[in-house]
Design a protein around this ligand. Sequence first.
Ligand code: NAI
Ligand code: ENO
Length: 305
Amino acid sequence: MSTSKPSVLIIGLGLIGASFGKALKATESARVLGADQQVEVPKIALDSGVIDEVVDQFSNLEQVDVIVLAVPVKAIGAVLKQIKHLIPRAKVLTDVGSVKGAVVKQVEAELGAIPSCFVPGHPIAGAEKSGVKAANPHLFEKHLHILTPLEQSSADAIALISKLWTAVGADVVTMPVDRHDEVLAATSHLPHLLAFSLVDTLARESDNREIFRYAAGGFRDFTRIAASDPTMWHDVFLTNQDATLKILRKFQSDLALLEQAIESSDGDVLKTVFHRSKSARDYFTQVLEQRENGVAFSAITDYTP
Ligand SMILES: NC(=O)C1=CN([C@@H]2O[C@H](COP(=O)(O)OP(=O)(O)OC[C@H]3O[C@@H](n4cnc5c(N)ncnc54)[C@H](O)[C@@H]3O)[C@@H](O)[C@H]2O)C=CC1
Ligand SMILES: O=C(O)C(=O)Cc1ccc(O)cc1
C-alpha cells in the first residue's frame, strides 16, 4: 500500500459525510473531495474545513482512491449511476448507510456485480442533527464502525477503509450483512420508531402545551432522537422491513403484557420486568464506561440476564 495520502471522495456532505471529511482532514489522513446534490453544500463544506476540493461534475473526475457514499440509503442507486466510471480505478467503494442489505442490493443492481473494492460500512455514531453545518470531527472517536465485508471484498480494500476509520478514532469491527441488519433493527431502528411515535402521539393530544411544558428529563432523554431526519429514517424502515417488523412485533407483545399487568393490578409482573430492565440498563452503563475508558470492543464482558 502506498504511503502517500489517499484521495477520498465523499458524496453526501451531511452530518456523517461532513464529519468524516472534517475528521480525515484534521488527522491529515486523506485529501478530501466532496459532492452533494444541494448546490450550496459543497461550498459551505469547503469554507468550513470539511473538504479540500469541491466536485461539481463527476464526469470531469478521472480517479479517486476511496469513494464514500454518505447519502440516505434509498439514494445509493442514483449516486452509483453517476459515478460508475470511477469504480474500476478506485481502491475502495464504501458507504455509511444504517442498513446494509439494501445497499448491497443497489450496488449489485447498478454495477451488475459486486466489485472487489466494495466494503459496506456503518458508523455507530451520529446525532439527531443533520446537514453539513452539524459536522463534528470528533463524532466517531471511541465509537464502533461496523464493516460488513462481502466474499468479493478484497483484503486490500478492507485494510485501507479500516485504516481511515481507525485514523478518525473509530473502533472497527466486522459483521455479516444480515446479522448487522437484525442487530441494528433492535438497537437503533426500533428505538427511533418508538421515539417518533411517542412524540407524535403526545403532540396530537389537545392539551399538548401542558404536556410539553411539564415534561421532565425522562421525556427529553427518551425522545431526543425524534428530532432525527425524516428522509433518512423513512429510508431505513422501508429498506429494513423484515428485521424491524420482527422486533417491533416482539416489543408490541411485551408491551401488551405490561398493559394487562396495569389493568389487573399485577404488581409482581411490573416489578419483575422493571428489575430485569434496570439490571440490563446498569450493564449497558458499564459498557459505555468501558468504551469511554478505551476498553476494546472484544474485551467487553458479556451480559447474562
Ligand atoms: N444521522 C445519523 O446519526 C447517522 C446516519 N447514518 C447514515 O448516513 C447516511 C447519511 O446520513 P446523514 O449524514 O445523517 O444525513 P444528512 O441528511 O445530514 O445528509 C445527507 C446528505 O446527502 C445529500 N444527498 C442526498 N441525496 C443525494 C444524492 N442523490 N446525491 C448527492 N447528495 C445527496 C443531501 O443533500 C445531504 O447533504 C444515511 O445513509 C444514514 O442512514 C449512519 C450513522 C448515523
Ligand atoms: O443520535 C443517536 O443517539 C443515534 O442513535 C445516532 C445514530 C443514528 C443512526 C445510526 O445508523 C447510527 C447512529
